[in-house]
Design a protein around this ligand. Structure first.
Ligand code: ZN
Length: 361
């Protein structure tokens, strides 16, 4: 069976297929023209990678009886939804056919890995999780409860060495001169540039990435996200400051978690991916009016830890980048050292209309 490098979106595997240099006029699976082809009748380069990943999966019939039913999925679903290995344009039948042809020998010996639900046994192995999981054997909710109501500064519900290691996988460099935006609801005439930055320590209120009293500059990637994030009301005037980076920096890009290949870090990433995704989601989550400032504490704890990571005596990361949950296409940046940016100009906007989106509960 033939498929192409466009059928696969995994960052480790795609270059391997392209490196084979076999270009054909079109891919028989996805239809891509002038495609780099992998032919399972001839090529063997990917077999080892998939066999290694399949080692982590156990067929339903061999899983322990207490393995949670919701964690049992078809292999095809795992490869697309959990691992993002295949292009979302491929349908499950295409993925199944590719896997069966690619791992023909494995299919011969263990067809139920491909044809019946499977699970990752380690996800349910308390002893294994204790040593290898970011949250040890705890759930995210256990961690939240521990820092909110038990022990705020010295919780033992999280393995910080593991968090440190994953931060190094999702580093992102920003060059001097890169621009981001910050908005404030303002009078009609707007604020001057010097009033657009992060408040001083004595006025710094708590946020997702900072405790009260600790300065943090919250920026957004674009104008639309900025307006969504400040949650302006209809007819409000808002001042939007353009902030320019004054030197090269490195941030932890939590959004990049989805793009870490399972072939890059093996089983440890397999058991930690969901925890890391949760951190990205929680840090970007909008607070509802009924929420308490205590709800910020879990992500403040993680942000403070990331801020404390140093290399050769200097802070390693200048901030955290995460998805905006209010404007799904946007990104936010929480900068630990507000002086890294300078506000170069301010524009005033008037909110003419708001649109509400709803769903019936
Ligand atoms: Zn293709």
């Amino acid at each position: 069976m033939k498929f192409c490098s466009y059928c696969i979106v995994d960052g480790e595997l795609q270059p391997i297929i392209e490196g084979l240099g076999q270009v054909e006029s079109s891919c028989p699976v996805c239809g891509k023209r002038r495609a780099f082809i992998y032919d399972t009748d001839v090529n063997t380069e990917l077999i080892g990678y998939f066999n290694e990943l399949l080692e982590y999966y156990t067929p339903e019939s061999m899983l322990p009886p207490d393995f949670p039913a919701e964690e049992k999925k078809l292999l095809v679903t795992e490869l697309t939804d959990r691992w993002h290995i295949f292009n979302t344009k491929l349908n499950p039948t295409d993925v199944y056919r590719i896997m069966r042809a690619l791992c023909a020998e494995k299919y011969g010996s263990m067809p139920n890995l491909f044809d019946a639900p499977v699970g990752i046994a380690e996800l349910n192995d308390i002893e294994y999780l204790k040593s290898r999981s970011l949250l040890r054997s705890n759930s995210w909710d256990d961690f939240v409860e521990s820092v909110k109501i038990q022990n705020r500064f010295h919780t033992n519900h999280i393995e910080l060495d593991i968090l440190n290691r994953y931060c190094s996988f999702i580093r992102k460099v920003y060059k001097k001169g890169t621009a981001f935006f910050r908005g404030r609801i303002s009078p009609e005439e707007g604020f001057p540039t010097e009033e657009m930055g992060a408040p001083p320590s004595d006025k710094a209120t708590a946020g997702r990435a900072n405790s009260a009293g600790i300065r943090c500059l919250y920026l957004a990637s674009d104008l639309d996200t900025t307006i969504h994030e400040i949650r302006a009301g209809v007819f409000d005037y808002i001042s939007i400051g353009r902030f320019e980076l004054t030197k090269d920096i490195v941030v932890v890009d939590l959004k990049a978690i989805d793009h870490i290949s399972p072939f890059f870090d093996g089983c440890d990433f397999i058991i930690n991916k969901e925890h890391l995704r949760r951190i990205n989601m929680e840090i970007g989550r909008a607070l509802r009016r009924s929420d308490s400032v205590l709800d910020y504490i879990p992500t403040q704890y993680i942000a403070d830890f990331i801020k404390s990571i140093s290399h050769e005596g200097k802070p390693e990361y200048a901030g955290i980048e995460y998805n905006s949950t209010i404007n799904l296409s946007g990104q936010n940046l929480a900068i630990f050292y507000p002086e890294l940016f300078v506000c170069t100009e301010v524009e005033v906007y008037h909110i003419k209309e708001l649109r509400y989106d709803k769903e019936r509960l």
